[in-house]
Design a protein around this ligand. Structure first.
Ligand code: PLP
Length: 414
């Protein structure tokens, strides 16, 4: 009879070796890699240490104190006074789903702005909820045009929300929110904002624009592993949640229930992912120590140096200067270079991960993330040197040292 696990196989770093009836797993020991793609980014080492602290009960007074501190720090990072500001259990997409299931009722209309993969995901999600989706599309690599939103709002004055991505990670576009938020509010609609790749890397104007539902994720500019989705909910949105006629269609993501656990009552809903909350807490403390403004300026400076380097090497940027995301840069790689082999070389020889292009940009564009802890001068210079080595070795004509020199000049001038 054939025994289970009777074959020796190697799957990634996990090797299973059969010895008689027992099998032994070697430890994983994944190597350190520099994650300069669209996410996850490298967590700060302090965050990983915080995760290994002892697990507490989810109602333990010591844990409750950590919860309270975490929500306070989240308010600081979101720049908001919103009472309901908490981490949702799950990745950024769980934050997206939370915002949509809590902001809509069956039969509602939702205006969804789509300028890439994540806008498309919001439309997909809303479409699964007995909601009529009104699309406002933008071409790949461009922000959504407020005039198109104005038209949609005019044609559908009965829509309940306008949903939009602040930092579209699939294209590297930073979406201006002022006009669109104003349009939504003037017409009595709530605005739902995806701030997954912006929170912790640039200003998210929550209170300044009165944004109603804003969600993020831990794995991008917060420099924490994937696993939590911070969300903040404004007064107008809370009012809706309190008075809705139908129950929220998701039990797990029902904010009216989750808020009873995070609020004073400590009512059990689901067990909080305790050690992930330690991680988030530590990452937020790190942000507070640095200061939000200093952190945003750091992201801008390193983006500027990276762009100067890429352009000096002869590469073209995808996005117009005024809409470039400080945390993610999209660049056309040189013609004649093969996408996957070049990125694998970067990964295997230098331990650097960058992202592939998506959608219209597949096979033409790379996505380079400088998020949170990873947005540093050493990383920018290391990446530019490694890229030059990889591209030259694959036959591209890259002026020697030009990328490094251009980036250094930016730093010297700062
Ligand atoms: C990464 C990302 C998400 C999804 O987050 P996950 O953690 O992968 O679930 C949503 N929106 C944007 C803009 C993102 O960059």
């Amino acid at each position: 009879m054939k025994k289970p696990f009777s074959r020796k196989y190697d799957k990634g770093n996990i090797e299973v070796v059969t010895k008689g009836d027992t099998h032994h797993m070697k430890p994983r020991n994944p190597k350190h890699k520099l994650l300069l793609g669209p996410g996850p980014s490298n967590p700060d080492p302090r965050v990983l240490r915080a995760m290994s602290e002892p697990t507490l009960g989810h109602l333990d007074p010591d844990f409750v104190a950590i919860m309270d501190e975490t929500t306070e720090l989240l308010r600081y990072v979101f720049g908001t006074e919103n009472e309901l500001t908490i981490p949702i259990s799950g990745t950024g997409s769980a934050g997206m789903e939370t915002a949509l299931v809590n902001s809509l009722e069956p039969g509602d209309k939702a205006i969804i702005c789509i300028a890439g993969v994540f806008g498309e995901r919001m439309a997909d999600l809303a479409g699964r909820m007995d909601v009529e989706v009104i699309r406002v599309d933008a071409p790949w690599g461009k922000p959504v045009d407020p005039e198109d939103v104005r038209l949609a709002v005019k044609q559908h004055p009965d829509a309940k929300i306008v949903a939009i991505v602040h930092a579209e990670t699939s294209t590297g576009v930073l979406q201006p929110l002022e006009e669109i938020a104003q349009l939504a509010h003037e017409n009595g609609m709530r605005i739902v904002v995806d701030a997954v790749t912006s929170l912790g890397g640039m200003e998210v104007p929550v209170d300044r624009l009165g944004l109603d539902f804003v969600f993020s994720g831990t794995q991008k500019c917060l420099s924490c592993p994937p696993g939590l989705a911070p969300i903040t909910v404004g007064e107008r949105a809370l009012e809706f949640i309190r008075n809705r006629k139908t129950k929220c269609p998701s039990w797990y993501l029902d904010l009216s229930m989750i808020s009873r656990y995070w609020g004073g009552e400590r009512f059990y809903h689901h067990t909080a992912p305790i050690n992930m909350i330690y991680a988030l807490n530590e990452s937020l403390r790190i942000i507070k120590e640095e200061g939000l403004e200093a952190r945003w300026a750091r992201h801008k400076l390193n983006q500027k140096a990276l762009i100067a380097g890429l352009e000096a090497m002869g590469m073209k940027l995808v996005v117009d200067p005024e809409y470039r995301l400080p945390s993610l840069t999209t660049v056309y790689f040189p013609e004649g270079i093969e996408d996957v082999p070049a990125r694998m070389k970067l990964l295997n020889e230098f331990g650097i991960e960058i992202g592939a292009g998506l959608g219209d940009f597949k096979g033409r564009v790379w996505r380079i993330g400088l998020m949170g802890t990873n947005s540093t001068k050493p990383n920018v210079l290391f990446l530019l040197a490694a890229l030059e080595d990889v591209l030259v070795s694959m036959g591209a004509r890259v002026p020697q040292g030009a990328g490094l020199q251009a980036a250094s000049e930016v730093y010297r001038g700062a």
